[in-house]
Design a protein around this ligand. Structure first.
Ligand SMILES: [Zn+2]
Length: 141
């Protein structure tokens, strides 16, 4: 298994799936060169040269948008696109999208506890498109 800079950053930001993070952690213990790479990546990131969000956007142009993930969660995404999102999450296991999807799932579950809040849920997902726009312009994660 080769480890990319994105993987190292995702690990540092706790965006990796648990099993992948554990694997990487074990390799970091044994591999001084890998530890040095992690340190370099973090130094670059801290100096503002990189953010994990930027890297993922540059390297993973195939990522679905946040609002697509929301629609996928509600099973409201058109079939072909839903298949793609499913592939991206379950087969590619993109850490960035997994984290976003987990966050949306948690938000939706919270609203499910409170049925009269279904309007709030609609607003949550409707505002996802707006959040995404902000995300792009500010370059935040
Ligand atoms: Zn992704």
């Amino acid at each position: 298994m080769s480890t990319s800079d994105e993987d190292l950053l995702a690990y540092a930001d706790e965006l990796l799936p648990v099993d992948a993070a554990a694997q990487l952690e074990a390799r970091l213990r044994d591999d001084a060169a890998l530890r040095e790479r992690l340190q370099n990546v973090l130094d670059q990131r801290d100096s503002g040269a990189l953010s994990v969000g930027e890297i993922w956007r540059h390297e993973r142009l195939s990522c679905p948008t946040r609002s697509e993930l929301g629609l996928y969660l509600m099973r409201a995404l058109e079939r072909q696109r839903a298949d793609y999102v499913s592939f991206h999450l379950k087969t590619v296991r993109c850490a960035y999208c997994e984290a976003t999807f987990a966050e949306l799932t948690a938000a939706a579950a919270e609203l499910d506890d409170n049925p009269q809040d279904s309007r709030r849920r609609e607003q949550l997902f409707a505002s996802s498109a707006g959040l995404l726009k902000n995300d792009r312009t500010q370059g935040a994660q």
